[in-house]
Design a protein around this ligand. Structure first.
Ligand code: SF4
Length: 480
């Protein structure tokens, strides 16, 4: 799979170890972004011009590389937000690392964003025309500028509601996907676009002093972050909701814009989210198993065993196995220790290619007719190499099964996808793809099968990268 995860956000209010909890929250969500990481803590509530209230640390790299023990000690405070970035708009520059911070007329503010604002180019142009100066190239900075120019720039002592009013006003301008956490000098805010493209969840964590009456409020992209820090999942931040917590407690309101139907990203269930997360109220693991079961019903294969492409194909292969009755085997073993520090092999051994990461087990595969299950197929180059590996290990037949429909379109809502022209299914028929990857048979899950697997009956999903039907205006973004 060559689609890349977007970003992770995390926020916490009312916890004695807010900085450390945010570190752990980001650590558990590393899969959503590996280019940069950052944490901002609220050191002291209240704001005076000469006393900074925010402590900031961010850098390029993985969470474990960006923060040292000393950095975490400096990140004092009882509230914090954090961000892991995979660049979807803007290059991988430190200026684009989030949370972004600024001093507005209403006081200091930090913003972390998951998603992509589809009209950010035109918003940026008009902000620059009005004199705005941009530090980086990402769309989150556009949100900060809109906030700074909002018509509610009250003084800090006038309270939380001014920031909420400014955020609501700002949301009128924004089109596309945003799951935001915002930390001011006196509150933590979570805000999600009306379509609910990207996830955002609310939890509570009991403080170490055990005071049940006063648990910390926690916000994250995925529930797996709650599991690590011992927080309880409460609910989703609803699409079109603005939620905030301050000294007077938790509050919620609706954003001014509404839409007829939500557009939750179905790819979160297919590939992006961790299988141990709840996504849009449903277990990702159960969805993936259900995709495998649907796939087995729609496209069975006369075979001896089922193997996954590890790790992303594992739950769907389990589902395929249980529906088909074919035994499940780990016919390919993945080396989990290939890090960013991997030294590129010299030309003479570069042909080892996919073998560095994946090893096919000949004693399982030799002489067998094998069903291989993967989550999706983008360019086809890796699938082709995997099939070669399996054949090399002695498999007699290879039946390739994909637990999602053909990928035919790019994503404009916060996921880094290849251009349409690089998506093999956008330009080739299924038979042509089968020949290219060298499988004996090839089948994809249908759109209806995918929707059944994620239980889409009572909520709207975005599946634009499979259908080409985008739920919003794309404001002239290049679809090719
Ligand atoms: S286009 Fe695809 S990846 Fe993007 S939000 Fe829609 S379903 Fe998700």
């Amino acid at each position: 799979m060559a689609f890349h995860d977007e970003c992770a956000v995390f926020g916490i209010w009312g916890d004695n170890e807010a900085g450390r909890m945010t570190y752990l929250g980001l650590y558990s969500q590393q899969h959503r972004g590996q280019e940069s990481s950052g944490i901002v803590t609220l050191k002291t509530s209240g704001f005076t011009e000469d006393r900074p209230t925010h402590m900031v640390h961010k850098g390029l790299g993985l969470v474990g590389e960006v923060f040292s023990e000393e950095d975490l000690q400096r990140l004092e405070g009882t509230a914090a937000i954090g961000h892991n970035r995979y660049s979807t708009t803007g290059e991988n520059l430190i200026a684009n690392a989030q949370p972004l911070t600024a001093n507005l007329r209403s006081g200091p503010i930090a913003v972390a964003h998951n998603g992509n604002i589809v009209n950010s180019a035109s918003l940026r142009e008009s902000l620059i025309a009005k004199g705005a100066i941009f530090q980086g190239t990402n769309d989150t900075e556009v949100i900060l500028h809109l906030l700074s120019q909002s018509s509610n720039p009250k003084r800090p002592h006038e309270g939380t509601t001014d920031l909420i009013a400014s955020l609501k006003e700002t949301s009128r301008e924004l089109e596309g996907a945003y799951s935001l956490v915002v930390l001011s000098h006196n509150c933590l805010v979570a805000m999600r676009d009306p379509y609910g493209f990207r996830p955002l969840v609310l939890g509570r964590r009991r403080n170490v002093d055990g005071a049940k009456s006063n648990p910390a409020t926690v916000i994250a992209s995925e529930t797996c972050a709650f599991d690590l820090i011992g927080a309880e999942y409460v609910r989703e931040i609803e699409p079109g909701e603005i939620f905030w917590v301050d000294e007077s407690g938790e509050h919620s309101d609706r954003l001014p814009k509404s839409v007829a139907k939500t557009a939750h990203c179905v790819f979160e269930h297919v590939y992006f989210a961790r299988p141990d997360s709840l996504m849009f109220g449903r277990s990702v693991y159960e969805s993936r198993k259900a995709m495998g079961r649907e796939l087995a019903k729609e496209s069975p294969a006369d075979a001896d065993l089922v193997i996954p492409v590890p790790d992303s194909g594992v739950p769907a292969a389990l589902g395929f196995s249980s529906e088909s009755g074919l035994p499940f085997e780990l016919g390919i073993i993945r080396n989990h220790y290939i890090g960013r520090t991997f030294i590129q092999p010299s030309q003479s051994i570069r042909s080892f290619g996919v073998k560095i990461k994946l090893n096919a087990q000949a004693h399982i595969l030799a002489g067998k007719r094998v069903v291989v299950v993967d989550d999706s197929l983008v360019r086809g180059t890796t699938s082709k190499k995997i099939i070669q590996l399996i054949r090399h290990a002695g498999a007699r037949e290879v039946h390739f099964r994909l637990a999602s429909p053909p990928s035919i379109g790019s994503c404009f809502y916060g996921v880094d996808t290849p251009k349409r022209a690089q998506l093999i299914a956008a330009t080739k028929s299924i038979e042509e793809i089968r020949q290219y990857i060298g499988a004996d048979s090839l089948a994809y899950l249908s759109h209806d099968g995918l929707m059944r697997a994620v239980r889409a009956d009572n909520q709207g999903f975005c599946a634009a990268c499979f259908t080409g039907k985008y739920p919003t205006d794309l404001f002239g973004l290049d679809q090719q």
